[in-house]
Design a protein around this ligand. Sequence first.
Ligand SMILES: Nc1ncnc2c1ncn2[C@@H]1O[C@H](COP(=O)(O)OP(=O)(O)O)[C@@H](O)[C@H]1O
Ligand SMILES: [Mg+2]
Length: 372
Amino acid sequence: MKIAIVGGKLQGTEAVCLAAAAGFESILIDADPRAVASRLADRFVCGDIVREDPQVIDALKEADLILPANENDQVLEAVERIAAREGLVLAFDAQAYQITKSKLRSDRLFHQNGIPAPAYYPAGKPPYIIKPSEESGSAGVRRAESAAEVEAFLSSRPEGENWIVQEYLTGPSYSIEVIGMPGNYRTYTITQIHMDAVYDCCAVTAPCPLSPRQEKDFAAIACRLAELVNLRGIMDVEVIADEGQLKVLEIDARLPSQTPLAVLASSGMNFLSELADIFLQGTFCSKQEDRRRWSVYEHYRRQDGQLLQEGEHMMTQAAPLRFYRDFASSQIAVCDYEDRHDFRGIFINAADTEEELQAVRSRLKEHLKLLP
Ligand SMILES: Nc1ncnc2c1ncn2[C@@H]1O[C@H](COP(=O)(O)OP(=O)(O)O)[C@@H](O)[C@H]1O
Ligand SMILES: [Mg+2]
């Protein structure tokens, strides 16, 4: 199985690691010679897909499956155009992606179909959260303490911009993935999303403190949303638990970063193998398993000797990453560590019990501080 992954940032990093775990041969394509995932793949092809550089076209044609791992409209259009022209298999649902990339459009879908979601300003009580309709990774997300603050912010923005203002919910955030095609969907391990001070996700953990009832409800919401957008491929659904009720924050029909490797470490399920099955075989081929191990996927950065846990944004500034097993007592690490330098990395660990996992995480922190 040979997979061509288009985009070598954070989604690409996730995809290449999943490919390795699935035993797939990976070719990573990116125009940036220093793309963070460039050294992780079996082969790196540096070239521009929008310009249709010949080495890129050759790499795409050579692969059994193409996975777009980016949120760049021009790049996505180019992959679709080339795949259609050359008759290549693309693990991507452009139509569902168009709905989910716009929060205005997907929120409308929630409201029209009675899917619980945060109330839109001016309904609900302050504080409010303000976010751009078409960004991701928490870019541009801010909190407003009062209606006056919301009004001041909105009137400071140029006309024509699409902003969403919702009630600010204080409960924990959870995520679930759904894969498949109409009539045949699977959902996977629910993960908890831990945010840093700027609403950027700095750690993902599983399993979650949800009741079996809530888990079932969340899986049902995900399948319902998948049917509503007529999903063929993968989508993630993010919720906040508001006094026990799960309210949908957003959906995204594309391979996410962070949660897939946490789910793999906890359950044993690999989203990339699942995607390969449905796109190449037309259905799921492996038995669904859930080992329910305790897993964590987290980011650390060292700056001037200080160890900081931060959201994944800082990973975009990393030097090309390398994959390690047993690095500084982390079972898996994907980082740009070099002797006696600051570093940025992803650290993934799993254990049979929560206590054991806590011990592993504490040891990891101590160990990272002591690295030369
Ligand atoms: N209504 C809300 N209440 C509380 N926090 C929110 C709300 N909406 C968004 N957030 C926070 O901001 C983060 C990013 O918002 P989200 O809607 O997921 O957009 P994106 O991930 O596409 O930037 C969320 O993960 C959450 O931490
Ligand atoms: Mg989000």
